[in-house]
Design a protein around this ligand. Structure first.
Ligand SMILES: [Zn+2]
Length: 731
């Protein structure tokens, strides 16, 4: 979900694993961090300001520099990062007069990575004049609509809902951030006293008020009445502070965070977090997560399929394994940004009952009922309809945190936000009692009408968003082209290939093109059952399950019958028949899980030679025929489970093919008594009825159609993509 509430951006962030099958942290590190007798400390930031660099910058660039420094330091603030502003004197383009312009981080974007065009620019005089339109808290939504009328210099960047916090304060430079250490104070019953103890009256305290114009007015009035303050804690939310220069403002912000972190670390050092450890990290947690995620995903019925993200970071293991876990988890999160990403509360599971499907189904059903009851309790006359009621965050003691969303990046970010929420709870409980966001306030933020309007304007998702595909032979020509086709339509893809380094190269290329979150690579020799099983477990753990299997990994050989050794015969059957059998067999359990969500699809990449006889390639053609018949058998067996099984029969796809790179090219050329170069390609082109080359992208197109909902009524079929070959006509 995107949010214009406040300070959180439309995300473009992508992380995910940078290398193959390296999704978990070093187990030693995590287990050491989650020691039974010590809490995880808060990071303490230090200034990274560079005077020499700053001296080269214009006033607007100084604001950007300060913002980027704050936002890119994860010890200062978490993803998205808050907002920053400066009031600068500029020349009015119409009158030529010098005017005061508020530069403030606009709606969307992340202060860590934003550019100058990420700032909204508004006439400060007009912003101050808006107060004439404000009669009280009921006008908050109306005031948002006036902001565009204050735009300076036709800047198209929309001003965010936090703009009044900046415009109504009479200071040249203002920062507003939500670092974990600060929210920990802001969300604790002991927070106000701690604020007094740390800063001795230099930092003020405002009770919770949801962001908007009213909060801006409250803040302005508070600062007028307390002129000695240098910043104000916003309860349940974050902090706002100011200074006379960009450097002073930045260093002030960093110092306040460091003060809060040092204070909390002093309190945390005395005792373990959350009442101490009850459940230690389970050494088998990766295996447990891989088993659990597809089952949870299968029970999360609704309009859209979910992508999963598992994390066993130290925060998740410390919190979920603690004595106070159930009590605190039930309270939900505090800061609006955390809440919007993670929903009203997480779902918690008993690690002793994870094998029990009935238990999991009941827990999901209970969560959905709980969410519906929350909606009914809090809804207002004009509230938008209830949204998806499935849990976003699932916590399992000893195993970690699993988050679900309709796309992978959102699922990952939800997990990261819950990690921030854990830090907040740890700090808040160290100085008092953690205070969650009030339920009605949470609802009013979640179902804010202006947010709903924004959601309604979002474009329809791509057709494969929410789908998880595994492609064997994913590093080869047809495999990579098929993966690219799926990725382009929004799917998440696991590239499984015997050649691990080739698969990693393809993954790295796709990560640049489509984002790191949506593609993974795993080493998999389809003749090795243990590797096949491990590849599917990897897909389950990385994305949450499986919707589409493309069995594509292949070899080819060419030899007259008398020269076909038993070894050659077996090799063809090992890869092409048994390999397809093993991949289908071990995909089956994952695929069955999605029956209620519209079912799943298996696509076999077959061959023209599965249908048409081939002289001098009997081992290859017979093994391909076996695989195609396996597909028909599985289509019959899969139908009651919602699993469709279809075949694409290519012919002579030479470009990008690993098969055609080797002996097969020479063997086929020799068999056809032609040159192995361009003559071979011309030979196959001219042999086809349409006289055209068949490319990997052509096969990918058919695989895409069979993998997608467009072919929802097709199973047991073969599609020939061979530029026309009468021998391969099915009859
Ligand atoms: Zn904020």
């Amino acid at each position: 979900m995107q949010s214009s509430w406040l300070c959180r951006p439309t995300f473009t962030g992508q992380s995910g694993s940078d290398s193959m099958a390296q999704s978990t942290q070093d187990a030693m590190t995590v287990e050491t961090l989650v020691a039974a007798d010590a809490a995880i400390p808060f990071a303490v930031p230090t200034s990274r300001w560079d005077d020499a660099h700053a001296a080269t910058l214009s006033p607007a660039e100084l604001l950007l520099y300060r913002s980027n420094l704050l936002g890119s330091d994860l010890t200062v603030t978490n993803f998205g990062g808050g907002n920053t502003s400066a009031k600068l004197t500029q020349t009015d383009p119409l009158s030529g007069a010098a005017v005061e312009v508020l530069w403030v981080k606009g709606s969307g974007g992340d202060i860590g990575s934003m550019k100058l065009d990420g700032f909204a620019t508004l006439y400060q005089e007009k912003l101050l004049g808006l107060e004439a339109h404000y009669a009280g808290p009921d006008d908050d939504d109306k005031m948002v609509g006036y902001l565009p009328h204050c735009t300076f210099n036709l800047n198209g960047r929309a001003a965010s809902i936090d703009t009044p916090l900046h415009s109504l304060l009479p200071f040249a430079h203002v920062d507003h951030v939500h670092p974990d250490a600060i929210i920990a104070l802001a969300a604790s019953s002991g927070g106000e006293a701690a604020t007094q103890e740390i800063w001795g009256g230099k930092i003020g305290w405002l009770p919770w008020k949801r962001p908007g114009y009213t909060l801006g007015v409250m803040l302005r009035d508070y600062v007028r009445a307390n002129p000695q303050v240098e910043g104000v804690m916003l309860a349940g939310h974050g902090i706002i502070c100011w200074a006379d220069s960009a450097k002073a403002c930045y260093e002030h912000t960093v110092q306040l965070i460091a003060d809060a972190a040092n204070y909390l670390n002093g309190k945390l050092a005395a005792k373990p977090a959350f009442g101490g450890q009850k459940v230690a990290p389970n050494p088998d947690r990766a295996t447990i997560a891989a088993d659990l995620m597809p089952r949870l995903r299968g029970f999360m019925t609704g309009a859209r399929r979910k992508l999963g993200h598992w994390s066993d970071d130290a925060e998740a293991l410390e919190f979920a394994g603690s004595v106070e876990f159930e009590r605190l988890a039930a309270l939900g999160t505090s800061c609006p940004d955390h809440f919007l990403r993670t929903k009203i509360a997480p779902l918690t599971l008993d690690p002793a009952r994870l094998q029990d499907d009935a238990y999991l189904a009941e827990k999901i059903a209970d969560y959905r009922a709980m969410y519906a009851a929350y909606y009914e309790r809090c809804k207002r006359a004009n509230s938008p309809a209830m949204r998806d009621s499935n849990p976003v965050v699932v916590l399992v003691p000893g195993v970690g945190r699993i988050t679900f969303a309709t796309d992978k990046t959102t699922a990952r970010l939800a997990g990261e936000f819950y990690g921030n929420a854990i830090n907040v709870m740890r700090g808040a409980e160290a100085i008092g009692e953690y205070i969650a966001l009030d339920e009605q306030e949470a609802f009013d933020i979640e179902y804010w009408l202006l947010e709903e309007a924004k959601l309604q304007r979002m474009p329809a998702p791509k057709p494969m968003v929410g789908k998880i595909a595994l492609v064997t032979g994913g590093a080869g020509g047809i495999g990579a082209a098929t993966a690219a086709r799926f990725l382009r339509e929004g799917a998440c893809v696991v590239l499984a290939d015997r050649d691990a380094s080739a698969a990693e190269d393809v993954r790295a290329g796709f990560a640049k093109q489509f984002g790191k979150d949506v593609v993974r690579a795993v080493a998999c020799d389809v003749t090795d059952e243990a590797q096949v099983q491990a590849a599917f477990a990897y897909a389950a753990r990385e994305f949450g399950g499986l919707d589409i299997l493309v069995a594509n990994a292949g070899i080819a050989s060419s030899a007259p019958i008398e020269q076909t050794t038993l070894e050659l015969w077996d090799r063809n059957f090992d890869v092409l028949a048994q390999g397809y059998f093993l991949t289908a067999k071990h995909a089956w359990g994952l695929l069955k899980r999605m029956k209620e969500q519209g079912g799943t699809s298996v696509v076999f990449i077959g061959s023209k030679n599965a249908v048409a006889a081939a002289a001098g390639a009997s081992a290859y053609a017979s093994a391909k025929a076996a695989a195609n018949h396996l597909a028909r058998c599985l289509a019959l067996e899969g139908a009651p489970e919602g699993i469709r099984v279809n075949v694409v029969n290519p012919d002579a796809v030479i470009k990008g093919s690993k098969i055609w790179d080797g002996d097969w090219r020479k063997e086929r050329a020799a068999s056809n008594k032609i040159d192995a170069g361009e003559e071979l390609e011309a030979h196959y082109r001219n042999r086809s009825m349409l006289k055209r080359d068949v490319l990997p992208e052509d096969i990918a197109e058919a695989a895409y159609w069979l993998g997608s909902e467009a072919s929802a009524k097709s199973t047991g079929n073969m599609i020939n993509v061979d530029a026309g070959n009468v021998q391969a006509f099915t009859r």
